[in-house]
Ligand binder design. Sequence first.
Ligand SMILES: Nc1nc2c([nH]c(=O)n2[C@H]2C[C@H](O)[C@@H](COP(=O)(O)OP(=O)(O)OP(=O)(O)O)O2)c(=O)[nH]1
Length: 142
Amino acid sequence: MKAIPVTCAIIIHQEKVLVAKRSKSMNLAGYWEFPGGKIEEGEQPEGCLIREIKEELGIEIKIQSPLTPSKFDYSQGKIIELIPFICTWQSGEINLLEHEIIEWLEVGELPKLKWAPADIPIWMELSEKWQAFRSISSHKQC
Ligand SMILES: Nc1nc2c([nH]c(=O)n2[C@H]2C[C@H](O)[C@@H](COP(=O)(O)OP(=O)(O)OP(=O)(O)O)O2)c(=O)[nH]1
């Protein structure tokens, strides 16, 4: 069965990570994820992610580096291949256009969330590599 490619953004700002809770209108409601979405035909993963983050959060991001994709079989033939990228916040103000809430968390707080299953290997890899990414600089000033 072919996996559905979905990109997601690990947005790092001031040594914290943005996490988003899926809203009632979404599939997997109530689960936490890294924002992003499905790659459309003819799209590259990076272009997809920039588009999705603008659509979901209303901000511009800069893609910094990829992490390892994670495949999860949600059953009934629905396999998601989640393709993560470390990103920084370039410009714009966050506006929740799809998610219920977002939080900025320290990496050590990530295990406490009820995660969409495909995301678990991704935040684990992020935790392992955190020293390399924690101080990644953002153009966005608070
Ligand atoms: N954006 C995003 N989606 C994720 C993550 N983890 C995870 O399992 N998913 C799943 C949820 C969805 O089934 C799919 C992404 O679809 P989407 O958010 O673009 O669109 P959707 O709600 O209409 O999806 P669907 O109802 O067709 O499944 O990937 C994640 O970290 N970010």
